[in-house]
Write a protein that binds this ligand. Sequence first.
Ligand code: XIL
Length: 351
Amino acid sequence: CPVPALAADGQGLDRIARAKGLRFGSALSSNPKGASFDNPAYAALLRTDCGLLVAENEMKWQHMQPAPDRLDFAAFDRMLSTAERNRMIMRGHNLVWHRRKWMPRWVEAHDFGARPATEAARLLTERVESVTRRYGRRITSYDVVNEAVTPETGKLEDTALSQAMGSVEATLDLAFHTARASAPHAELVYNDYMSWEPGNAAHRAGVLRLLEGFRRRGTPVDALGVQSHIITAGPDTRGSVLAYQSEWRRFLDAVSAMGYGLLITEFDVRDNGLPADPVARDRAVANYARAYLDVTLAQPQLRDVLAWGLTDRFSWIEGFEPRPDKAPRRPCPYDADYHAKPLRAAVAAAL
Ligand code: XIL
């Protein structure tokens, strides 16, 4: 696929962002035919638009430690070197994804023995240190903990690790304290997908409680990562936006009032309830995203905006939740043929 060196506005998104004191970036993968530097068309988009990068999967625990006695850093090492050669910075995502489904299977099946809390602390400490020590100052921001709150209830999610430790709070605290000690230079982030749609009220409340707890206990957490997998509800994007804005602002203000930084870590748009016609759909998605980004970027400490992929061709949304009408999803700034969409223009305008 031929790719223009720069999109229609003649400027990359990161360049536009830098002019405002912000940074822009995206997730990438290590699949040579996918969203990676090995795919020339995708590499061109990365070079055009990104100053920041994040590995879609390659830093996750089950990828770096597929078995208790097997560490494998090769995929991420390679990615990081390529990013650095291109003068890009990588974020670390993530050290612990606190969901049973996303923990390494061997951790969930582990025999924690006679002193389970000690054994769980050992596993967790080794995991955090193995990554932070290896990459040192090359990684300046980590999602130390990903998704520890159950969206439906706002309660904390148990895993084999937290059960062995005796409490979820103690588990998350240990992850952050270990990260602070072994990567004192790095920004430490709690990352989650509580979003601005009304269905997320319990999730938002749970995240606020968790963040209050971190502060009360003196847990070293610097920022909230707002994943931003936002979802349209129907063609009336303007109506839904007006209804969502004030609650969302209240949430972000509450997070800021506790002294936390904010980042947009995984931005994309799930085009639910919109007609299949790509022109109308893209327009509605762009309007919805613009409204979301405007409210979110109004928080003065928000500096970094990362998309969870640049082109519809490789978006995880397609596999995660295909449209009921089977029309291909269009969640990203570029379409499946690497052409800039209205969503890219909306991001450029919002930065
Ligand atoms: C997703 C990846 O995109 C998929 O390839 C993988 O199969 C599952 O994880 N929230 C996160 C990301 O924090 O790590 C998820 O990434 C998307 C939702």
